[in-house]
Structures are given as C-alpha cells and as structure tokens.
Write a new protein. Structure first.
Length: 171
C-alpha cells in the first residue's frame, strides 16, 4: 500500500483549481478542474480533474479521469480509471482493471475485476476473479471460466507442440 506522506517535508494541504501541474504532494490534495501527472497524499479529492497516477491512503474522485490508483480506500463516481489497486474500492463508472480485498461496483463497466469479495448492482466485467460475489454482476469470463480456458489453452498448446515434434522429428 502507499507509503505514508511525511508531514515534516510536505505541506499540510494543497488546493488546485483550474491548473495543470506535473506533480503534487501533500497530506491533503484537493483538485477541481485541474490535471496532474502524479498525486501523492494521505487524502486526495478530485472533481472534474485528471491525473496520470494517484498514490493515496484515501481517494475520492468524481467525474474525473485517472490512469492508475494505488490506495487503501478508493471512492470513484462517474469517472474513468485505467487501473485501481486498493483494499476497499467503491466505484461507479468505467475501470480497466480493479484489484482489492472488497470491491463494490454500482453501474460500472470493468475489464478485469480481482477481489476476495465483489458486491454490485448492474455491473459488467469482462473477467471476474472473486472468492465471493453478491449482486447483479454480468461477466464474460468468471473464475470457473478462466480456469477452464487456461486448461483448454494449455492442452491445445501442448498438442500443437507434440504434433510439431512428431512431424519435424529428425532421424
């Protein structure tokens, strides 16, 4: 998980509005209609903003775009995120990949979801790997399907290698 921000070397709070910055680091970062390549903080709040990477203990993002998130807790609403890794994730919007202990998705579209527990309503996930699922979650490939696809793919690759060795054997 993210390393704690040292309060002695970082400002306590930074508020950004209508600006573009390369990097911002503080105990609390609030962004409104702003963009940053990297955000490092204990608490990050983003509204109608963009960031390449956010590392925070707690993230709250509304109507924002983020490349990657590493957090203990992430609250994401009506946003687009490339990837999220957090212990606790509550999300609505579009996410490329999400990994966490407990993931709650409402009206979300996710490429890959991996978690111990997934809760949701009207969730679409291409690949779902979860120990426990509650709610209306639609998947293309679930945990059982991923295992079967792996076994069939491995068997098929093994057969092709075997046939190739037999066909091109040198005497």
């Amino acid at each position: 998980m993210p390393e704690p921000v040292e309060s002695a070397s970082q400002p306590e709070s930074v508020a950004l509005a209508h600006v573009d910055v390369e990097s911002v680091s503080a105990e609390t970062v609030r962004m409104h209609q702003s963009s940053a390549e990297t955000v490092s903080s204990d608490t990050a709040e983003m509204t109608v903003s963009t960031a390449g990477m956010v590392k925070a203990r707690n993230l709250s993002a509304q109507r924002s775009m983020i490349g990657g998130v590493e957090a203990e807790s992430a609250e994401i609403a009506q946003s687009v995120v490339g990837g999220v890794r957090a212990a606790l994730v509550n999300a609505q919007g579009s996410i490329g990949a999400v990994a966490g202990e407990t993931v709650t998705l409402e009206g979300a579209r996710v490429g890959v979801t991996a978690a111990n527990e997934v809760r949701g309503g009207k969730v679409e996930s291409v690949v779902l790997l979860a120990g426990r699922v509650e709610g209306e979650v639609h998947t293309v490939v679930d945990t059982r399907g991923a295992v079967i696809a792996g076994l069939v793919g491995g068997l098929f690759a093994g057969l092709i290698l075997l046939v190739g060795r037999i066909a091109f054997r040198r005497d």
